[in-house]
Design a protein. Sequence first.
Length: 131
Amino acid sequence: MAEWPYTTTAWQRLRRLKLSEQPLCETCARRGRRVIAEHVDHIVAISRGGHAFPLTDGLRSLCPSCHSIKTAARERAGGKGVAVKGCDVDGLPLDPEHPFLAGDNPLSGQGAFASGPPGNEKNHLVQDWGV
Ligand SMILES: [Zn+2]
């Protein structure tokens, strides 16, 4: 990680700002665990067109373990693309970049579980859960 932009003063400032705003690992927090974050990750990798110095909401605070797992899943050859396995208490994938949550997925977003599979009208009864 000792290459641009990580060697710049601007990145070091941005990293400190993000860790001051979100000092806990965001992935662990979604699992209900409180782990100190040491790494700051670009949500959209620079290699995929992400900005090198995004606003802090374009960054994610991670513990070393979660960062390593995410990097292995997404950026190495043969990675499976899903960095965090499992679902949160609402049944949504823990991985914020999971394909299920992609904008073009007709089942993603609000009411994802309310619509259910075609022909399953029983699921429409829970449409206004407000989750
Ligand atoms: Zn973590």
